[in-house]
Design a protein around this ligand. Structure first.
Ligand SMILES: NC(=O)c1ccc[n+]([C@@H]2O[C@H](COP(=O)([O-])OP(=O)(O)OC[C@H]3O[C@@H](n4cnc5c(N)ncnc54)[C@H](OP(=O)(O)O)[C@@H]3O)[C@@H](O)[C@H]2O)c1
Length: 290
């Protein structure tokens, strides 16, 4: 970056450590991180990436040109407020958060940036390995956005700008792509258990299927990637699934709701009108639970 800014972090967790690691690797000047004021001071995995850790937020902030607040979402605004109230920031310091839900404006109205990596970071070392493959969605004021673009370019990241007031849609989509995928797989494992397949074996067996689906999505897009009984119009098979599941209201409901979304893709893929109508009837039919 042009002026080799000093970059500090508040909240050295999974995202903070992974971002700091790639920044350091690319020669950026990561100066340190502020921990929770009541933190024990013991270093957690990943935190060795920071030259130093301190509970003294104001002291860290006074040396920073860019300060990333990578704490849980609901602490971001109060930390930004504290920094401003204590006059801890230099006049042009850019404040950044990495939440996908909140706009940059929760940090203030000037020199603010949100930079959300669209990635699931369950553990710091995995996050570190994968973070450069993520798309980063940026919003902020003009100064914040300029700095975000420069940072993203320096790090070689994929990035785009998002409208601040549309972030709730964007983040809800991220929940579908990632968290609900996990929930969906777990629901599938519950069904496999009903077939006598233990969860551990079920997951091992499911992963190649999931991976082949992801490959198809990547190569072909959602319409051509769709296979299975709904896409083929096999209503007898779908009715058989629903009948088998009729004792489990939750699974039945999930299967039918997602079936309706799947049916719309099948229609786009060319399912004939009569087959579409029959499948709709099968999926919408009231099942007697018990
Ligand atoms: N994980 C993801 O998949 C992901 C993906 C994209 C964006 N994000 C966003 O990135 C941000 C960080 O998420 P994360 O997953 O990295 O969270 P995380 O692993 O839980 O890390 C949060 C860090 O903040 C620290 N912290 C909490 N309160 C603090 C305070 N008052 N002052 C200083 N540090 C404090 C925590 O310390 P303790 O551990 O001691 O409490 C922890 O080190 C969130 O805004 C999240 O929405 C996360």
């Amino acid at each position: 970056m042009k002026d080799n800014p000093s970059i500090a972090f508040v909240g050295p967790g999974r995202v903070g450590c992974a971002l700091a690691a790639i920044m350091k690797e690319d020669g950026l000047n990561v100066i340190g991180a502020a921990t929770r004021p009541d933190s024990s001071g013991e270093k957690k995995p990943g935190q060795e990436v920071f030259p130093y850790l301190t509970p003294d937020l104001a002291q860290l902030a006074q040396n920073a040109d860019i300060i990333f607040i990578t704490t849980p979402d609901d602490r971001i605004a109060s930390i930004a407020e504290k920094l401003k109230k204590e006059k801890a920031l230099k006049p042009d310091t850019i404040m950044v958060h990495t939440s996908g839900h909140h706009p940059a404006s929760i940090l203030g109205d000037k020199n603010v940036l949100a930079m959300h990596p669209l990635l699931s970071m369950a553990r710091w070392d995995l996050a570190r390995k994968n973070i450069k493959s993520a798309w980063f969605f940026l919003d902020g004021d003009q100064q914040g956005l300029e700095k975000g673009k420069e940072l993203a370019e320096t790090l070689g990241l994929n990035w785009t700008v998002i409208e601040s007031d549309k972030k709730a849609f964007y983040h809800a989509a991220a929940v579908l792509f990632s968290n609900y995928l996990v929930a969906l797989v777990n629901a599938g494992l519950e069904l496999q258990e009903k077939a006598g397949i233990p969860k551990e074996t079920g997951l091992k067996a499911a992963l190649p299927l999931i991976e082949s689906t992801l490959n198809n999505l990547q190569e072909l897009g959602p319409v051509a990637a769709l296979t299975g009984p709904v896409a083929r119009g096999d209503k007898g098979t779908v009715a058989g699934h629903l009948k088998a599941m009729k004792g489990d209201k939750r699974l039945c409901k999930l299967y039918r709701e997602l079936g309706l979304f799947t049916l719309e893709i099948a229609k786009e893929k060319g399912l004939p009108a009569e087959a579409y109508r029959q499948m709709l009837k099968t999926l919408e039919e009231e099942i007697t639970h018990g």
